[in-house]
Design a protein. Sequence first.
Length: 592
Amino acid sequence: MIPNNKLIKKILEKAVLVLSIISFFLVIYEEGFKQPFLSLPDSHYVLKVILTMIWIGYIAQFFLSKWVKFNFKKQVAEIILIIMISLALFFIFSHFRVQGMDAMTSITTDRFLVDLLVSVVFLIELSKLSLGIGGLTLNPQMIFILSFLTLIGVGTFLLMLPKATYEPIHLVDALFTATSAVCVTGLIVLDTAKDFTLFGQFIIMILFQIGGLGMMTFTSFFGFFFKGHFSFQNQLFLKDFINEDRFGQVFNTLLKVITFTFLVEGVGAVLIYLSLDRSLFEGRLDMVFFSVFHSVSGFCNAGFSILSDGLYQEGFRENYNMQLIIALSIVLGGIGFPVVLSYYQYIKHLVKGLYKKMVFGESYRHVPRVVNVGTRLVMITTGILLLVGFITFWIFEEEHSLKGIEGYGKVVTAFFGAVTPRTAGFNTVDMTSMAGPTVLVYLLLMWIGASPGSTGGGLKTSTFAVAILSTFSIAKGKDRVEVFRREISNATLRKAFAVTFLSIMVMGAAVFLLKFFDRDLPLTSVVFEAFSAFSTVGLSLGITSGLSFGSKMVLILTMFVGRIGILTFLIGISRGVKTLSYRYPEESVFIT
């Protein structure tokens, strides 16, 4: 009896997967093309029938799982899913309407609910399917690279759909926009506000949301959540992506990463919504989408905005509360998930110790090294860079972009000016009016970028810190690098200098090629553009939209390499790491 149940369950899983794919592509076709082959009522009737069949499939799988040694804890996700789909279907088939809603708005709401439910089901099934990637023979770095390439390809296709833009766009412009979104850069060759429809803007938001977290992190979490288990291969494959050495804690770490992401983005969206001037929007739904878009863009360090002039747009440039909220989201997204998890463990330990002392009278027990050397280096380096950025912006922009701004607004603008070059890419001032020294400081801040394991790019704060420490150590005549009563490993030192050297080479090559394809552009603007692309910042001195085809392709490759990491890129395309079983005689090289 049990083998038959298992066979039926597998057949149902395949059927649900096929139905979810069909329904998703139907939604894409209906939403993306101006002349769909079905009318709106007919297409949504078909989608509702398919959703009902999927719902029946989930119900059947649930009961079959119950008959095959049902474990309640492992089936909680399926129960939640079934309840969610049941409620959604109830509202949809009962022609859900809000009181006072007209017929057209009711149809639009019904359509949105159907499309949203289809997308959620497709994401769930795709996530389950993604768990099989761990069994491939490719190395993790190559799979990481291919996941980004796949997402960029899908994003390019979706942005080329007729209803994604108001006017047809060139393939290279769609590719550039998709790459910029997936690589959370923010450089644009088209006006996100004027050239892309709401459908196109929504696609861009999804691209930088998944790109910021990493496609494998995103799909693996939902795949485990709704499938209920990880194989040993899955855990071995994922541990490198999320910086988790303990096999049994892979899902818990993924859960914390996803929870922290959605929590910060949710709180940020609510606070942005409360800070907005309602007279600048056509309705509450526009305000909601604006808030969510900029909250996600801020946390993911994407730098995309649905304002033509960015946050410098008239009516928004003096909304300092919104700017402060976005700046804090940028910092939280760029600080790195390993740092967040380290301090989470530290605070959790403090709270537990305090609770036990107050309730049970137990003495406080300290757990050493909860916050490791890497975390402390990231926090200190981040703090120093923000302070340096704030002071230099305040001083050098006094008679430029800060002119006429006083008090609270001046503090927030200077703070935002220190935060945004750390791979964020938003602008609250006119970039072309900035002083020369500020531009040079921005180049340094952009090059260093965010922290490892974050949503941002760049050289990374820890890499920069290790390189500086090593330089000072050599200058002092020491034979090793020590910090916080710990010694930095030689492997870390070699990697830090390799990444530093390679980043300079890539940016230098990008500058050369940009000048080769667009020789009339100012050198300062070209250098700024190359640094911005490699470090996935998104700031520009106003030359992006006028670049030639060759320059756009150079920036596309630069953004891609900058997001995945130059070392990851080289390891991914190499044949594999070899452990040498021999050593040559050691010899020194004269260096001054």
